[in-house]
Design a protein around this ligand. Structure first.
Ligand code: 5GP
Ligand code: MG
Length: 179
């Protein structure tokens, strides 16, 4: 994919993201203070968001990673989600917070949360940098949302275009994508 010929429009600037991270860090720390917090970050898209978010928390936290993939090809979820790499062990006594880059159809978050609930945690909540509620296929509302965005394909800050652009430090829209 040749992104260079397309128009980039910044949707969430570095400053926007930093401000929101500070707010989320406070809100999440306040809720989990006195609880055993266990963050499960979904690779690859959430690696940057997770790295920045955990450094805004002032409560003890375990951090682990899961990899999921949707069956089928392309950027859109096809309807079922496969766990490619699971976390090890039981979650008894822990309050799990699943962290992802974006909730789109909601299929990834819903199936990961359902799966983690079978490991007997005290609770499971969700946190996403971006939420595209217009695209929802299953009923799910993330507990913590960085930014609610319109139905546009977004890139940067962990989100990919092809296999690239995850390292761009802000979120942008490729404006001539026709979605
Ligand atoms: P779901 O449809 O299951 O909620 O989201 C599936 C995955 O599709 C997300 O975790 C994310 O990796 C990817 N995805 C959804 N919307 C976008 C988008 O606008 N840009 C990028 N780069 N990936 C997206
Ligand atoms: Mg993802």
């Amino acid at each position: 994919m040749d992104i260079d010929k397309k128009v980039w429009e910044v949707l969430c600037s570095e400053e926007d993201i930093l401000n929101r991270l500070n707010e989320l860090g406070t809100e999440i720390s306040d809720y989990y203070r006195g609880k055993n917090l266990y963050i499960v970050s979904l690779l690859k898209g959430s690696f940057i968001f997770t790295a920045d978010l955990v450094r805004k928390l002032d409560v003890p936290v375990k951090v682990d990673f899961m990899t999921t993939s949707s069956y089928g090809h392309g950027e859109e979820s096809s309807g079922s989600v496969k766990i490619v790499n699971d976390i090890k062990g039981d979650l008894k006594g822990y309050h799990v917070l699943v962290v992802d880059d974006i909730t789109d159809s909601g299929l990834t978050m819903k199936s990961v949360m359902d799966h983690l609930k079978t490991k007997n945690p005290e609770g499971v909540k969700s946190c996403v940098l971006l939420d595209k509620p217009e695209r929802r296929k299953v009923e799910i509302e993330p507990d913590y949302v960085g930014f609610t965005i319109p139905d546009k394909f977004v890139v940067g800050y962990g989100l990919n275009y092809g296999d690239y652009y995850r390292n761009i430090p802000y979120v942008f829209v490729v404006t001539d994508e026709d979605r």
